[in-house]
Design a binder for this molecule. Structure first.
Ligand code: AMP
Length: 213
């Protein structure tokens, strides 16, 4: 399975990609996670990328292509991958096509996780991560038991630095301007599958796996 998951910030790409990755035994490659890891490690690159990521702006296409080319060359990606957060610009989409052509591994599908704007806002402003397990929760959608269990186990509910309201507004604008053209790129080539991404995680997952066939 070689797929690209597309969708606005908060559309649930990361959550669904993790489930799919565990089920299908292919790596979940999230450029956002990779950038956050570099920032947390304080590498030279991470230090340079931090301001861009914190503001919700895009890291340059050249740098992202380098990161993805290296990642797709690793052993665990040889039998498939789920890309989450890449491509995010038309240029990245073209670059990815060229890279996959060179590797002779065509994409199976580009899947758009489609969700209404007001749901996106609640997902983003309410999103929290358990500091101990990395589990994703949401103060609006997770049950009180789930939220309490994190605290009872000694974990904290951490909010991503770029999930504050100002940055969220910018990320959604950046998506509209830069990434919606990527959706059109795949639609125009008859390679786009759309999934209704509104609803409970398991419901959306059932729709996603049905769409993938
Ligand atoms: P995400 O976790 O996918 O929402 O990504 C978090 C942030 O990382 C984005 O707001 C961007 O600043 C940066 N980022 C992630 N993927 C890319 C990409 N493909 N191109 C440029 N910047 C990216």
């Amino acid at each position: 399975m070689r797929i690209v998951l597309l969708g606005a910030p908060g559309s649930g790409k990361g959550t669904q990609a993790k489930k799919l990755s565990a089920d299908k035994h292919v790596p979940h490659i999230s450029t956002g996670d990779m950038l956050r890891a570099a920032i947390a490690e304080g590498t030279r690159f991470g230090q340079k990328a931090k301001a861009t990521v914190d503001a919700g702006n895009l890291v340059s296409d050249d740098i992202m292509l380098g990161i993805i080319a290296e990642r797709l060359g690793q052993d665990d990606a040889q039998d498939g991958f789920i890309l989450d957060g890449f491509p995010r610009t038309r240029q990245q989409a073209t670059d990815l096509d060229e890279l996959l052509d060179e590797l002779s591994v065509p994409l199976d599908a580009a899947v758009l996780m489609d969700v209404d704007f007001d749901v996106l806002l609640k997902r983003l402003t309410g999103r929290r991560t358990c500091s101990k397990t990395g589990k994703l929760l949401n103060i609006y959608f997770s049950s009180q038991e789930e939220l309490d269990a994190v605290v009872a186990a000694g974990g904290e509910l951490i909010q991503r630095e770029d999930d504050n309201e100002e940055t969220i507004g910018n990320r959604l604008e950046v998506y509209r301007e830069n990434t919606e053209p990527v959706v059109e790129f795949y639609r125009g080539r008859n390679r786009l599958t759309s999934v209704d991404a509104d609803g409970a995680i398991d419901e959306v997952y059932t729709r996603l796996t049905a769409a993938l066939g």
